[in-house]
Each structure stands twice: as structure tokens, then as C-alpha cells.
Design a protein around this ligand. Structure first.
Ligand code: PRX
Length: 635
């Protein structure tokens, strides 16, 4: 089991060096020792970033579900694979063993076959966080169908666009979903979407809420009776290493969403290896990633990574605020969670609430805390570290993307010393580079630039579904022979990376590059501030000036606004310098966010620039009402 589990810093450096000196032999060794194959590869890697074309383990044959399920049956058949914690804390949790999961996957796979789904067909999955969601991904993989999960918070329009883009033949959904105190009528959203999706021939419906639904004769079927009638075993389709495993849509900076295509073998090898190391997973651990499987984090670190390691992975149906703000911590105590992986936006929301919500639970089972999806600001980092981790659980600030498939820059807990707001070091096999505006690599430390990756890693996306040219233009054209991430980063004196935000969020003020994240960090440290977002707006003299949208905490609401503005700017001056001072500060009730919790800066930029005649596509906003509220009070 060479180097599969890295345990100290010296070993990290040693393995890292080995992995970049000869990536092919490193990944070949990992693939050989830790997975089951039906046929060995002919080539470990062939690649060309010009085309771009990347192939890992070409010629190999396998089925990922044999790696995630079948091979565990002799030793872990009775072990919990999926631990389902329902929305309502009064409803019993479900422990689904590896044997039971295998059977469910096989039954569902047989149902898919009966519905006429074949290898290579696309299946859209639009489900809440219930076990059938994980089962349906694996059932697709069992028969070689390509899953396309659409987060069940997307509207019918967004769903229809995604179904049509990849020409899905079937949709798996539920009658409805529970979210906190609400129920959402998913089936009617699907019905509406399907009015515009002529290619969908069947819809399978999970009964989750006993809701009233309309079932279209010949097209719609309740899933459970079909599963009950299906065979409990299903021979795994033998797949090529480079066959697509799934499509997952991610929003582009412009235009329609991009259907990122991930292929089987490289994705499997990389997500399994990162899971093992980034979370220091050990047999017996209970791993909880709070993301939704509708996002890449859920694909890689709720489903494939954990199951490939034979781990117990938690699926949580609820929300952090229901029935109260202690829900996360209650679940940690109840299931003795050992690794907890969440997003900074959730941490910030919970940090606004009374500490009693955290303190009343026993969190001593925790060993590792994770953060993903956006830069974690210093205040949130410390809150997480002090109050959740009790200064005992390392925080892994993991930087990666839908496109990268797995974690790319991250500390390894108990191995890499952490620094707040730093994703720290490249993971094994990852070769980052910082590039300047002229396309040259910036070497050395204490530098910043555009973050690129120089060499392929096994789980890099292979294309955009139906639009290879866009794949090339977006990721492989900005810098020759590099994958361009779209993010900016700095490398500090010891070689640690800090992600400074999307490059399109960098604002040049009077010729100085200013990242939005550090300014926001600084503002957020003001005791009256809950959250903030900075955008640039045109300025006669400086080129751009800074506009801050600031949400106050309840304690700040009664304060004099001009005094607050002065204090915030004073704080920025102290933390960064007078150059980063804001020209305008508007106090707002909320920030426009996408359903995945990202601030939609594009809209804020338009408001700040007084250019609100066409705000563009706002269909993915979680809280569209906030846009009008901000505009009504614009400075
Ligand atoms: O800007 C980076 C930010 O999220 C982007 C990727 O978003 P998405 O494809 O939705 O995947 C999110 C989950 C992997 C990145 O380009 N991002 C992600 N993680 C971090 C981050 N920014 C800073 N620190 C992170 N840890």
C-alpha cells in the first residue's frame, strides 16, 4: 500500500516530488494497487493541451460500481455505506449497509434497463438529498448510462435547459421534498420543464412526501413498485476508462451553463485518493459532507470518493437552520461525525447566531473540519476553529472546481501546518503555476497571478458536452499549454497558496490589483458587519473605484451609518492600505446569491455602475427580491 496514506510532512514532500517527477508511474501505481479492473490499461496517460485531449488509463476496462460496492461486500457487507439523516429530526435515521446499497443499485439499474436506457444514454436526476439520489447515480454507472444531476433547487426553466442540452431520455425525480419547515413540489416543476423537453420518454418518481402529483400515462411511473419487482442483481456493464461517467453543469461567466464531462477511471482514482488523504480517512470514521449531491462536492465527496474507500458517508436532507441553528451540531453529536466538510457561507450564517447552539452539543468526535467553495474569511475560519473544532481539529481549506473533479490545493490534516485563509499546498500530483498578464509564469515566492495547472491530473474534465470548442476557449486558450482556472492566487514566502478570488473579481484601482476577498475579510471583521461584497465601478481618475455592499448584524442596525462607513474604511486602511478604501458603502438587507451560495457579483457590478437596464440572466438567483431592494436604495 505504498504512499496511499500520507502521515507526515516529510512524507508529503517526498510523495509530492515523486508524483510530479513521474506522474504516469505514480498514478499507475495508485491505480494498480487500490482498485479492481476488468482489463489493464495500454497507456497510463496521453495528453495534448492544445486540442485539448486528455486520456488516463486508456484501454482499461472497469465498472466504477464494482469499485464502490461489489468489492466491499466480502469484508464490509454489513457496514453502513450511507447514513441518511432526514430533514425532520424526529424521523429515524437510516443506515444502509453496503449489501443493501448494492441491492438497491442493482434493482434500480434493472428498472432503468426496462425503461430502455442503454449504455451512453443520458439520465437527468432531479432529486432531494434522499438515499435514492445516491442510488440513482450508481444505478446509471452500473449500466453505463451517463448521469446529469441537476440541483433540485433549480427552476423548471433551468432544468429544461439542462435536460435538452445533453438530450436526456429519462428523468428521476420525487413527488416533492422537505426543506426545513417547507415542502417543495418537485414533480410539478419537472412537469413544467418537460413541456419543453420532447426527448424525455420516461419519468421515474420517488414517493418522498406522499404528495399529490399528476402522472402522465405511459411516461411517468412510481419508482418503488418497479424496484420491488426488479431483480436484485445486475451484471455490471464493462466500461472503457475514458467513457463518460457524468455530466455536471456549472455556470459560465456568460451564456448558457457548461456541461462538464467527467470520465470514469481517472475520476475514480483521484477522488478516492484525495478522500483518503485530505480527510485522513480511517476505517470506522463517519464522514459528513453537507453539500448537496447536485454539486461536484457531493458527487466526489458524498458518493464516489467515500464509497470507493468503503467509508460510511452521511446524507443530510435538511438545512442548518431547522428546527434551529444547532441542527448541524446536533447531527455531529448524534452520529459521532469524525470529518465535517462544509462551505464558508454556512459557517458565516451560523457564526451570526448565539454560541449556545454550538456549545450545547458534544463535538468531541470531530477530527477534521473542511471548507470548500469560496475563500474562507479569517473571522469565519477562527470561529470554525475555536467553536466547532475547539482548536483540536485541523481545518482543511480545499480549493478545487467542478472542472477539476477533485481537491487540488489543500492542507493534509495533521500533516500540513495550516494558516487561516490559505489553501496551502498543492495536493499530490498537482502542478500549479501563477501567470502574469503577458502569459509568462511568475516563479518564486511572495508573488501573485493567475492560477493555472501545468500538467494533467486524473480527474480533470475532458470536455464540455456538445461544445469542445468552448472547453478549449475557456480553459486551454488563455495560457499556452496550461489549464486556466479562472482564479487568482498568491504564493507566500513559504510557498503556500491563497486563492484571492475569480480573476474577473480582481479590480484594478489606480493601477493596483486589488482582490475582493481580502478587502471583504477586512470589512467582515468589523463587529457590526455580517457579510459584504465588493465590486468595481468606473471612476474618472482611478479607472475603477470600489463599491461595498454591506449587510449589518442586528447589533449594527441602530448605529449611525456615516460613522460606520468611516470605521469600515479606517479598518481597510489599517489592514490593506488607503488604496483599498471604498468610495461607496451601501448597507443592504441581503446579497444576490446563486443557489449554491455564491454572490452574483455581475448584478452588483451593474448596480454599482448604475447600469441596471439589463441585469442579464437572474434565473439562478436564490433571492431575486433582494436585487430590487438594493436598487431602491442605491446611493
Ligand atoms: O473560485 C474558486 C471557488 O469556487 C470556484 C469553483 O466553483 P465550483 O465549480 O462551483 O466548485 C465549488 C466546489 C469545489 C473556484 O474557481 N473556490 C472553491 N473552493 C475554494 C474556492 N475559493 C477559495 N478557496 C476555496 N477553498
Amino acid at each position: 500500500m505504498s504512499n496511499y496514506h500520507i502521515k507526515h510532512l516529510e512524507e508529503y514532500y517526498q510523495v509530492y516530488r515523486k508524483s510530479v517527477r513521474n506522474p504516469e508511474s505514480f498514478w499507475e501505481e495508485m491505480a494498480e494497487e487500490h482498485f479492481v479492473w476488468r482489463r489493464r490499461w495500454d497507456n497510463v496517460l496521453t495528453w495534448d493541451f492544445e486540442k485539448p485531449e486528455i486520456k488516463w488509463f486508456e484501454g482499461a476496462k472497469l465498472n466504477i460500481t464494482e469499485n464502490c460496492l461489489d468489492r466491499h461486500l466480502p469484508t464490509r457487507g454489513e457496514k453502513t455505506a450511507i447514513l441518511f439523516e432526514p430533514n425532520d429530526p424526529k424521523e429515524a435515521a437510516q443506515h444502509i449497509t453496503y449489501r443493501q446499497l448494492h441491492e438497491k443499485v442493482c434493482r434500480m439499474a434493472n428498472v432503468f434497463l426496462e425503461q430502455g436506457i442503454k449504455k451512453g444514454d443520458r439520465v437527468c436526476i432531479y432529486l432531494p438529498m434522499i438515499p435514492e439520489l445516491a442510488v440513482s447515480l450508481l444505478a446509471c454507472a452500473r449500466i453505463g448510462a451517463i448521469h446529469s444531476v441537476v440541483f433540485a433547487g433549480f427552476s423548471s426553466n433551468a432544468l429544461a435547459t439542462r435536460i435538452n442540452d445533453s438530450d436526456c431520455k429519462m428523468v428521476i425525480t420525487s413527488d416533492g421534498s422537505y426543506r426545513g419547515g417547507k415542502t417543495i413540489d418537485l414533480k410539478s416543476i419537472v412537469d413544467k420543464a418537460l413541456e419543453d423537453c420532447p426527448g424525455v420518454t420516461s419519468v421515474l418518481v420517488v414517493n418522498r412526501i406522499n404528495g399529490k402529483v399528476t402522472m402522465k400515462e405511459g411516461r411517468d411511473h412510481w419508482l418503488q413498485p418497479l424496484m420491488d419487482d426488479a431483480y436484485a442483481d445486475c451484471v455490471a456493464e464493462v466500461m472503457d476508462a475514458e467513457d463518460p461517467l457524468f455530466i455536471l453543469y456549472t455556470s459560465g461567466s456568460t451564456g448558457k451553463p457548461k456541461g462538464m464531462v467527467h470520465t470514469i477511471a481517472g475520476y475514480m482514482v483521484y477522488t478516492a485518493y484525495t478522500f483518503k488523504n485530505v480527510f485522513q480517512y480511517r476505517e470506522g470514521d463517519i464522514f459528513w459532507c453537507t453539500a448537496d449531491i447536485g454539486w461536484i462536492t457531493g458527487h466526489s465527496y458524498i458518493v464516489y470518493g467515500p464509497l470507493a474507500n468503503g467509508a460510511t458517508t452521511v446524507m443530510f436532507e435538511g438545512v442548518p437552520s431547522h428546527p434551529d441553528y444547532g441542527r448541524f451540531w446536533q447531527v455531529v453529536e448524534k452520529h459521532k461525525i469524525t470529518q465535517f466538510y462544509t462551505a464558508p457561507t454556512a459557517i458565516r450564517a451560523l457564526a451570526k447566531e448565539n454560541l449556545d447552539y454550538v456549545e450545547k452539543y458534544d463535538l468531541s468526535s470531530l477530527k477534521v473540519l473542511g471548507s470548500v467553495g469560496e475563500p474562507i474569511n479569517e473571522e469565519a475560519w477562527h470561529w470554525y476553529n475555536n467553536n466547532v473544532g475547539k482548536n483540536m481539529s485541523p481545518i482543511v481549506d480545499t480549493w478545487w472546481q467542478t472542472e477539476t473533479g477533485g481537491i487540488m490545493i489543500t492542507p493534509i490534516p495533521y500533516v500540513t501546518p495550516t494558516t487561516p485563509t490559505y489553501a496551502t499546498l498543492p495536493f499530490i500530483g498537482i502542478q500549479p503555476a501563477l501567470m502574469d498578464g503577458e502569459g509568462k509564469e511568475i516563479k518564486g515566492n511572495q508573488v501573485s497571478g493567475r492560477l493555472c495547472i501545468k500538467y494533467p491530473w486524473p480527474s480533470v474534465a475532458r470536455t464540455i458536452w456538445g461544445d469542445h470548442q468552448r472547453f478549449k476557449d475557456t480553459y486551454f486558450s488563455a495560457f499556452k499549454d496550461m489549464y486556466f482556472t479562472g482564479d487568482g492566487a498568491l504564493r507566500d514566502a513559504v510557498g503556500y497558496y491563497r486563492i484571492t478570488g475569480r480573476v474577473d473579481d480582481v479590480i484594478i484601482v489606480s493601477g493596483h490589483n486589488l482582490g475582493t476577498a481580502p478587502i471583504e475579510d477586512s470589512i467582515n471583521e468589523h463587529p457590526a458587519v455580517a457579510e459584504s461584497a465588493i465590486v468595481g465601478f468606473p471612476h474618472d481618475v482611478k479607472g475603477n473605484a470600489l463599491y461595498g455592499f454591506v449587510i449589518l448584524k442586528e447589533t449594527g442596525e441602530g448605529r449611525d451609518r456615516d460613522n460606520l462607513r468611516r470605521e469600515i474604511n479606517q479598518q481597510i486602511t489599517e489592514h490593506i492600505g488607503p488604496i483599498a478604501k471604498l468610495d461607496k458603502i451601501q448597507f443592504v438587507p441581503g446579497l444576490p446569491k446563486t443557489r449554491s451560495g455564491k454572490i452574483m457579483r455581475r448584478i452588483l457590478r451593474k448596480i454599482a455602475s448604475n447600469d441596471t437596464s439589463n441585469l442579464g440572466d437572474t434565473s439562478t438567483l436564490l433571492n431575486p427580491e433582494v436585487v430590487q431592494q438594493i436598487m431602491d436604495e442605491v446611493l
